[in-house]
Design a protein around this ligand. Structure first.
Ligand code: ADP
Ligand code: MG
Length: 234
C-alpha cells in the first residue's frame, strides 16, 4: 500500500524521496510554523505539500504541476517561512517575491501567509492593482520580508518609483504561471526575473505545461526538481 501511495504521488517526479513525509511533524518544522499550520486547521500535508516542502527546505528550485485546490499556497509558503526564520536578516530587506496572476489570488495567498506567519515576526505586503499606489509604495519602502504581487502592479512600482527594487530577493515564486502567461504578462515576468539576483531559489507552479510555460521554466529555474501531482482519477 505504501509503494502504491508513493507511486501515485510521485509518478512523474524526477526525485522520489525514500520517505514520504505523511505528517508535518516529520518535516522538522519550527514551532512557530507548526502553530501557524494548526491555526489554519491543516493537520496533514496534501500530496503537493508532502513533496514540495522537503525540496523547498533544501533551497532547491521547484517546478510544480498541480491543479487548483491541491494546496500549493502552503506548499511554497512553509519552506519560505522556515528559510526566513532559519537565516535571520541583519537589515530590513525584502527577501521573497511571490507573483500571482490575479488580485484575488494574491489576496488569498496574503491571507494564508498572514495566518501561517502569525507566530513569527515575518512581515508580508500585498502589492496589487485596485489599491492606491502611494500607501503601497510607503509599505514597500519599509522593506517587508515577503512581497505578494501581481506582475502588472509590481512593474508599475519598479518603473515609476525609486521606492523598491528586487536586488535583495532570495526566493522567487511564480504561482499559476500558465495563467500569468495567458493573461499576457510574459514581458513583465521576463523583466521581473531579470531584475532578481541570479543566485536565488525559484519555485514555479502551473496547472498545465505549455510551450510558453516551458520557456519560462528555462528562463527562470536552475536544475529544478519536478513535482507532478496528477489529479485524482474519477
Ligand atoms: P491551490 O493554490 O493549489 O489552488 P490552495 O493552497 O488554495 O490550493 O488550497 C486549497 C484549499 O485546500 C484551501 O481551502 C486550503 O485552505 C485547503 N488546504 C490546503 N492545504 C491543506 C491541508 N494540509 N489540510 C487541509 N486543508 C488544506
Ligand atoms: Mg493557488
Amino acid at each position: 500500500a505504501e509503494e502504491a501511495r508513493k507511486r501515485a504521488y510521485f509518478a512523474s517526479a524526477d526525485e522520489v524521496p525514500d520517505d514520504l513525509p505523511d505528517s508535518f511533524t516529520k518535516m522538522n518544522l519550527s514551532r512557530q510554523v507548526m502553530k501557524g499550520l494548526s491555526k489554519l486547521g491543516f493537520s496533514q500535508p496534501t500530496p503537493i505539500q508532502a513533496k514540495t516542502i522537503p525540496v523547498g527546505l533544501l533551497g532547491k528550485d521547484v517546478c510544480g504541476g498541480a491543479q487548483t485546490g491541491s494546496g500549493k499556497t502552503a506548499a511554497f509558503l512553509v519552506p519560505i517561512l522556515e528559510r526566513l526564520l532559519y537565516r535571520p536578516k541583519n537589515a530590513a530587506v525584502t527577501r521573497v517575491l511571490i507573483l500571482c496572476p490575479t488580485r484575488e489570488l494574491a489576496i488569498q495567498c496574503h491571507n494564508v501567509g498572514s495566518k501561517l506567519a502569525g507566530f513569527t515576526d515575518i512581515t508580508l505586503c500585498l502589492c496589487v492593482g485596485g489599491l492606491p499606489l502611494k500607501p503601497q509604495e510607503a509599505e514597500l519602502r519599509q522593506r517587508p520580508d515577503v512581497v505578494i504581487a501581481t506582475p502588472g502592479r509590481l512593474i508599475d512600482h519598479l518603473r515609476n518609483s525609486q521606492a523598491f527594487g528586487l536586488d535583495t530577493i532570495e526566493i522567487l515564486v511564480m504561482d499559476e504561471a500558465d495563467r500569468m502567461l495567458e493573461d499576457g504578462f510574459e514581458d513583465e515576468l521576463t523583466e521581473i526575473i531579470k531584475s532578481c539576483p541570479q543566485k536565488r531559489q525559484t519555485m514555479l507552479f502551473s496547472a498545465t505545461m505549455t510551450d510558453n510555460v516551458d520557456k519560462l521554466v528555462r528562463l527562470s529555474l536552475h536544475k529544478p526538481v519536478r513535482v507532478q501531482i496528477d489529479p485524482p482519477k474519477s
